[in-house]
Design a binder for this molecule. Structure first.
Ligand SMILES: Nc1ncnc2c1ncn2[C@@H]1O[C@H](COP(=O)(O)OP(=O)(O)OP(=O)(O)O)[C@@H](O)[C@H]1O
Ligand SMILES: [Mg+2]
Length: 334
């Protein structure tokens, strides 16, 4: 395997001497798309700032293409960044925004025009170049911000929640758009989001951060099917935490239920006529599927059902586990 393009080793990062991200380590291969996922305040933006060079690392090392960039200023790092609020210059047209870095670098007019038009065509905003940001839609502003970062030809692009200001439909389009641009232009992406669906759908790998610590680094599927920690098991997807005694009744498999913590995803809890007796207490119709809350031995557990043939509150049912799909961890419940 070739050496990773971006290597981050044991980074401690913080503000005013207080560490907020501890021991962050990550290797990113050329052309890879890696997401940083975690709740608000877990340190996602802090990690991006440190990689971009806006925040000094307290300890640790960042290497890009074999070059130690840990102490370099932002402009010397060959890393582009797309901010959450786009940070476009409001008095400049889309063209001038995209051209900004090349102008500062003193490139000739003719070259600037050519490169701006090429990147604008790839980004689908060629006919918007004369407009100022206030006259562009959210999705178009987003494209301008991405084009402005891309035009400098950085090999690594950092995205800080770039889709969070867009409405749901435009978000879906832009997810696919960013992946397409990435494939066409061949950059390597580190993408921050707190939207797990976004991370699962877009990423080659996901880093889950929690309170400044790295919980797991995996492919989306592995993260979902083999969560490494109780935090990941409860944060990714919709999970029930099942108390040990109940877990022992529900999980008949040989996998040591009865002690420690146990998590079962809503979709892995099956409602039927055999298994753990429970009473339906609430049914929430959500369209493609419905959430059914049941109480078994005083514990509320949620399951999902598709279709419109749903149980009703008060109905007695039985709960089973789909194919031994429970996630067990040693230790006492939080
Ligand atoms: N400029 C700052 N000075 C001091 N503390 C800060 C500063 N910026 C962030 N922090 C703290 O560092 C921690 C991580 O913040 P960060 O902005 O990296 O979180 P985040 O994961 O990006 O959250 P969000 O999803 O809300 O954007 C938080 O506890 C935050 O309060
Ligand atoms: Mg942030």
């Amino acid at each position: 395997m070739s050496a990773p393009l971006l290597q981050i080793d044991a980074l401690d990062i913080g503000y005013d001497g207080t560490v907020v991200v501890r021991g962050f380590g990550l290797d990113v291969a050329a052309g890879e798309f890696v997401s940083l996922l975690g709740p608000s305040g877990c340190g996602k933006t802090t990690v991006l700032r440190a990689i971009a060079g806006f925040l000094p690392a307290m300890t640790g090392r960042i290497t890009l293409d074999g070059r130690d960039i840990t102490r370099l200023p932002p402009e010397a790092r060959d890393v582009g960044i797309v901010f959450q609020n786009y940070a476009l210059f409001p008095t400049m047209t889309a063209f001038e925004n995209i051209a900004f870095g090349l102008r500062v670098a003193g490139r000739p007019r003719q070259e600037i025009r050519q490169r701006v038009e090429a990147i604008a065509a790839t980004s689908g905003i060629l006919d918007q170049l004369d407009k100022k940001p206030a006259h562009l839609s959210g999705g178009q502003q987003q494209r301008v911000a991405i084009a402005r970062a891309l035009i400098m030809g950085s090999r690594v692009l950092l995205f800080d929640e770039p889709l969070s200001n867009l409405d749901a439909r435009v978000r879906l389009t832009m997810r696919a758009e960013i992946r397409r641009l990435q494939r066409e232009l061949g950059f390597t992406a580190l993408f921050v989001t707190h939207d797990q669906e976004e991370a699962l759908s877009m990423s080659d790998r996901i880093v889950v951060l929690n309170g400044g610590d790295t919980e797991q680094i995996s492919t989306p599927r592995a993260l979902y099917s083999r969560p490494a920690t109780p935090f990941v098991a409860s944060f990714i997807g919709n999970s029930n935490e099942v108390p040990p005694a109940l877990a022992a009744e529900l999980t008949t498999g040989p996998d040591g239920a009865g002690t420690g913590r146990c998590f079962v995803r809503h979709e892995d809890l099956l409602i039927g006529t055999t298994g753990l007796p429970a009473e339906v207490v609430h049914v929430e119709f959500l369209g493609a599927f419905s959430r059914v809350d049941c109480v078994a031995r005083g514990v509320t557990l949620s399951a999902v059902l598709t279709g419109t043939d749903l149980p009703v509150p008060g109905q007695q049912v039985c709960l089973r586990l789909r194919d031994g799909n429970a996630h067990h961890f040693p230790g006492a419940p939080a």
